[in-house]
Design a protein around this ligand. Sequence first.
Ligand code: TRP
Ligand code: CA
Ligand code: ZN
Length: 315
Amino acid sequence: MKLPASWRASAAAVIATVTLLSSGSTAGAAPGSPALAAAPDIPVANVKAHLSQLQSIASANGGNRGHGRTGYRASLDYVKAKLDAAGYTTAVQQFTASGRTGYNLIADWPGGDPNKVVMAGSHLDGISSGPGINDNGSGSSAVLETALAVARSGYQPTKHLRFAWWGAEELGLLGSRAYVNGLSSANRAKISGYLNFDMIGSPNPGYFVYDDDPAIEKTFKDYYAGLGVATEIETEGDGRSDHAPFKSAGVPVGGLFTGASRTKTAAQAAKWGGTAGQSFDRCYHSSCDTASNINDTALDRNSDAVAYAVWTLSQ
Ligand code: TRP
Ligand code: CA
Ligand code: ZN
């Protein structure tokens, strides 16, 4: 995915300013308006490589990555090893659900204001009857690659960055709820926003933005306006993913979604392409949610949108 022309035009100026800042000078910055670091273009090939690894993990573990199964723990170990190698501080949070141990993975990028935390997360578990690649290898891989892009670029935002991969979403948002319940009210208040990515590469995609915190919603809409791609408000079950426990606790939330079992209308097919009268994801919660159940363009756009929002909301 290429950056919009407006971003490419400003990239050189931004790099020059960053160089000045890192050499200890603020000369050249307009008073009161520090230059912003531009978000990187996330290589969709890297995101797809993570999806391929998650598919292999499912195949080697009975065909799934479900809560309490070996394929879940192997998925978590894969993501954690990448983050540890990149310099993240990682923590595994354990909880029990349906008599089995579940795990959340939390990764903190060192630095930034600890009282202003920007979080991005996705559920890493799948259902027990399939590999769970669009649901939700897609969000998990885009968030992972964004975290790795932070490390590659040496990005040091003013706010603190935290990434999360939730367990047991498919049993009722259990991992994210355990995390939010485990936060003191003081620590909850430090989270300035939580961004959720659950199903962002649907094979017959729509481009849906959560209608929650206005500033987060605007950030995603701005990104899509830059691409010239229309968006709609997400309505296929508000509260059906891991942003819900955060929202209930008063944390500003937002996110992206490309659709599950609902049918794409003719009007939606006219503006987005794809097939009218067919589900956004015909393999939703099925054994056919494999590495081929992904629309690469949707995955690319949304991976870049994850990075755009993480960069924009953290400085
Ligand atoms: N969270 C659901 C799942 O994992 C999928 C889903 C349905 C969804 N409606 C949503 C995700 C709305 C985000 C937003 O099965
Ligand atoms: Ca990209
Ligand atoms: Zn699901």
